[in-house]
Design a protein around this ligand. Structure first.
Ligand SMILES: [Zn+2]
Length: 122
């Protein structure tokens, strides 16, 4: 648990799970998702052929998500993909995904990742 958020991280190597855990925890605070009463994140780490990662809501609620992060990328891109998918979680959970959430996610991922990278997070 991180605040009201249940986070499960499976797959990948131990250090990848550790980076993913720290990045998710940082994003929950930074994106103010730690104020939600409930949030359930099921994070899977595995090699992906065609994309860096994805995120989709589970069931009817906008409080449970499955996130998949590709492990076959550089550490920086791995972390940035977690940030990217957490922006989508925020968009879904806050009802902000109206037409297309990608411009915000792609536009913000570098800025947030730089911020995280410079902070003493990882
Ligand atoms: Zn996206």
């Amino acid at each position: 648990m991180i605040g009201g958020t249940k986070v499960r991280i499976q797959g990948g190597k131990a250090h990848q799970r550790d980076y993913a855990q720290k990045t998710v925890a940082w994003c929950l605070k930074r994106l103010k998702l730690d104020t939600l009463r409930t949030l359930d994140l099921d994070v899977r780490l595995k090699p992906l052929d065609d994309c860096c990662g994805w995120c989709k809501p589970q069931g009817e609620s906008n409080r449970a998500f499955q996130i998949v992060i590709g492990t076959n990328q550089t550490l920086r891109n791995f972390v940035m993909t977690v940030v990217h998918e957490m922006i989508h979680v925020k968009q879904y959970a806050r009802g902000e995904w109206l037409m297309d959430g990608e411009p915000e996610a792609w536009g913000t991922q570098e800025i947030l990742t730089d911020e995280l990278w410079k902070g003493d997070v990882l």
